[in-house]
Design a binder for this molecule. Structure first.
Ligand code: HEC
Length: 183
């Protein structure tokens, strides 16, 4: 019990001595790290604007290539023809945002697969492979033909079923000017 109290007391003293050091303006100098280069940022920057396709990389892949890859790397969790497997349900039909066409812009599926799949080795696929897998899943959903080849331009051009199913929210409060002071 005594030891316990002592530990708390010394911990408090240590915290106080730190905070008074900072209050006195004697901040420790930052002494590690280096400025990040543009090329280092580029390696992390995989953002895609789904409406315009901006940010999609070069490369291409066919439905047939996607099917072969899917059978080699995805079938264990997603099942034959993506109809549902041990880890996830069907990716064909329905209106799910990514694979069922419930989202207005086709590049969203490329973004998801490149970022997150296969779940046991995310970001291990080449851009050609991601285009091929995207083509295969969209062909299974009959958004593109079986002989399609996808690249940045053809992927962006796919007309998703719900493309025109959204309205602009024009209620007056959506364009109200935000009050930032003396509100
Ligand atoms: C180890 C198991 C596993 C493997 C292998 C795997 N996935 Fe997945 N996948 C999942 C799980 C689990 C989810 C659901 C993740 C979530 O909801 O957060 C998922 C979700 C997805 C989705 C989103 C589905 C939707 O309708 O929203 C896509 C697309 C997908 N995976 C594609 C692939 C592709 C392509 C491959 C092969 C390159 C692959 N996955 C390999 C487990 C896996």
């Amino acid at each position: 019990m005594q030891l316990h109290k002592l530990t708390i007391a010394s911990g408090l003293a240590l915290a106080l001595s730190f905070s008074s050091a900072f209050a006195g303006g004697s901040k420790p100098a930052v002494s590690f790290g280096s400025p990040i280069t543009e090329s280092a940022i580029a390696a992390w920057d995989i953002d895609i604007q789904t409406a315009t396709g901006k940010g999609l990389p070069s490369g291409s892949g066919s439905v047939a290539q996607g099917k072969a890859l899917f059978n080699a790397q995805c079938i264990g969790c997603h099942g034959v023809d993506a109809a549902g497997g041990s880890q996830y349900g069907s990716m064909v039909g329905g209106k799910r945002p990514l694979t069922g066409g419930g989202y207005p812009y086709a590049p969203i599926l490329f973004d998801y697969i490149r970022r997150a799949m296969p779940m046991n080795a995310p970001q291990s696929l080449s851009n050609d492979e991601v285009y091929a897998l995207t083509a295969y899943i969209y062909a299974l959903n009959e958004f593109i033909p079986q002989d399609a080849v996808l690249d940045a331009a053809s992927l962006t051009a796919i007309q998703m079923p719900v493309r025109d199913g959204f309205i602009v929210d024009d209620r007056p409060d959506t364009s109200a000017t935000r009050c930032m002071e003396d509100c």
